[in-house]
Design a protein around this ligand. Structure first.
Ligand SMILES: [Cu+2]
Length: 192
């Protein structure tokens, strides 16, 4: 592995590790804050966020594109919803937990937004000539089938099986699973 490849590899794993740990941290922080405050109805709006964030963390671990989009959009939404609470938290040095929650959640939500967008942009982008391998870690059969073009079709990939394809044509390649057509993915191939 060359140094440049190494750097790309590290950057890609940051785009997985940072959103996942950020989302999990935010879930733990939200749940413990709610528990400390005895679940006030005014803040129960956090519960759906906690659930979706957990699902997103799981989805990002499985390289799901939509999870990146949802985690970025919802983190930004939380900022907007809780802007005043966050500002109050910063001023409330006398309430150590509120201050701690505000101070940690701001950089963490920002990191989740930034790295989700980066992950979305980069994790599925390869240079022309790159060989991509899909491994089926799931318990059921899936396929990797190109959508509009007839570029590639893996046929059924059993559990533990894999499919390898070398992308030579630059462009956006959408693919899906013929068994579960709602499962889709995208590989962006850049020239050279
Ligand atoms: Cu499938």
């Amino acid at each position: 592995m060359t140094q440049a490849e190494n750097r790309t590899q590290i950057r890609k794993s940051l785009e997985i590790v940072i959103p996942i740990s950020g989302l999990i941290y935010f879930d733990i922080l939200s749940l413990s804050t709610l528990a400390i405050m005895n679940f006030p109805t005014s803040d129960l709006v956090l519960i759906p966020f906690v659930v979706v964030f957990a699902l997103c963390a799981y989805g990002i671990a499985r390289r799901s594109r939509i999870s990146y989009i949802i985690s970025a959009v919802l983190s930004a939404t939380l900022f907007a919803l809780f802007a005043t609470t966050i500002v109050e938290g910063f001023g409330a040095v006398t309430i150590p937990y509120g201050f701690f929650a505000a101070v940690t959640s701001v950089p963490i939500l920002l990191a989740v937004i930034i790295y989700s967008v980066l992950g979305l942009r980069r994790a599925f982008t390869v240079k022309a000539g790159t060989t991509v391998t899909w491994i089926n870690h799931d318990g059921v059969v899936h396929t990797i089938t190109s959508k509009s073009s007839n570029l590639f079709d893996s046929g059924n990939i059993p559990t533990g099986g894999s499919f390898t394809y070398t992308f030579t044509q630059p462009g956006t390649h959408n693919y899906y699973c013929t068994v579960h057509p709602w499962m889709t993915g995208t590989i962006v191939v850049t020239s050279g």
